[in-house]
Design a binder for this molecule. Structure first.
Ligand code: GDP
Length: 368
């Protein structure tokens, strides 16, 4: 029997028949010592993503395997996009297994933020969502901060069993895993694909641990509430923050509007003068205007003065939807999944948020 070939980038089974399916590799590339599929090749060398069909059923089947065996489950979320990266109904996949929650991309939070408070806040969020985590840790996988602590927690709670690393696409699961492998192996050349593009971890990757158990990377789950899935790829990089977020405070009177690039719009409809603190990628320009002019501005300047998105994404984003809120508690965040949030210190404001249809909008207790 021949051994099955797998891509050393994403772990997908190598095949030479169908260019649109995972693991496609041209015959000529099979001669190489290290085989990587065409998709990973393009990602590595051209930073370009290739769409591969992977059905939702495939994801579900893989994830259901997890609940059926004794293992520690590590759930990785993006602290900057908790709503977009929180897998709802997660407990269905975990069975009776213990869960450690890792919130990644801590480097994006303003330095002034007290990280212990964020951890406490996260514990409360997890509990409110029905997730009982053994422990919660805040890390930055790309800056290698908190990774060692996370590794120690994993070692403490796995108690000799396998470890499944789970999470939505783009939370930094592969980056985290690469750091963990470096930590364990001291090697720098780690063959796991990471990228800016959602959906690149295609198949399960296993890393052997000292006791013969495994650290197992699972495919990223695509959460359609993430705005990123509705946009043209040329705009992904612009809306995803890469550096520490610099919050900007806007003192607003009712009757004023803030546009976040051309991705979202906040109308301050009624209430007393209030401040709105914007936490978005530094590249996204916030545009302040009068509420009475906002419709006209949107109709004529989306993709132009209000950009990103580029005109191509404007088309893809389609129709918009309006959500209305009354802020009932001091220190509330208005969250736009995948984009960022406005923090409102004082209760009482009536606010509406306009976003492309399908984008998650929610209120939560302020993170900072
Ligand atoms: P995966 O889809 O969950 O495996 O995510 P990747 O590891 O491919 O990372 C997705 C994106 O998030 C890439 O653009 C990474 O550079 C970025 N990323 C990963 N970890 C961090 C982090 O700790 N901080 C920041 N700011 N970005 C990160």
């Amino acid at each position: 029997m021949t051994e099955e070939l797998v891509c050393s980038g994403c772990g997908a089974a190598i095949q030479t028949e169908d260019q649109n399916k995972a693991g496609y590799t041209p015959e000529s590339a099979l001669e190489k010592d290290i085989i990587i599929c065409q998709r990973c090749f393009r990602l590595r060398h051209y930073n370009e993503v290739q769409d591969v069909e992977l059905t939702h059923q495939d994801f579900s089947n893989k994830l259901h395997e997890i609940g059926n065996q004794k293992a520690l489950i590590v759930k990785v979320v993006d602290i900057f996009d908790l709503e977009g990266s929180w897998i709802s109904g997660f407990h269905r996949y975990t069975g009776n297994n213990d869960v450690v929650l890792i919130a990644n991309k801590a480097d994006l939070l303003p330095k002034s933020v007290n990280q212990n408070k964020v951890v406490q806040w996260l514990k409360k969020q997890a509990k409110d969502q029905g997730l009982t985590a053994k422990d919660v840790v805040l890390i930055s996988a790309s800056k290698n901060q908190g990774v060692e602590e996370a590794a120690q927690l994993i070692e403490k709670y796995r108690q000799g069993s396998d470890v499944f690393i789970t999470g939505c696409t783009n939370v930094g699961k592969s980056t985290f895993l690469n750091q963990i492998i470096r930590l364990f192996s001291g090697e720098d050349d780690v063959p796991i694909t990471t990228s800016h593009f959602p959906g690149t971890t295609l198949d399960i990757i296993e890393v052997m641990l000292e006791d013969g158990k495994h650290l197992i990377d699972t495919p990223g789950i695509i959460n359609n509430r993430q705005l990123i899935h509705q946009m043209h790829s040329s705009d992904w990089k612009k809306m995803m923050p890469k550096k520490e977020i610099k919050p900007i405070i806007y003192q607003l009177q009712p009757g004023q509007t803030l546009f976040v690039g051309g991705f979202a719009r906040l109308d301050f409809e009624e209430g007393e003068r209030n401040s709105f603190v914007a936490y978005f990628a530094n590249e996204l320009k916030i545009h302040r205007t009068k509420l009475e002019n906002a419709d006209e501005l949107m109709a004529n300047h989306l993709g132009g003065m209000l950009s990103p998105p580029s005109p191509k994404s404007v088309e893809k984003l389609g129709k918009w939807k309006r959500y209305e809120f009354i802020i009932k508690k001091d220190k509330t965040d208005i969250v736009i999944a995948g984009l960022g949030w406005f923090s409102v210190p004082k209760k009482g404001a009536k606010v509406s948020i306009h976003v492309p249809e399908g984008t998650g909008v929610s209120l939560r207790e302020a993170i900072v």
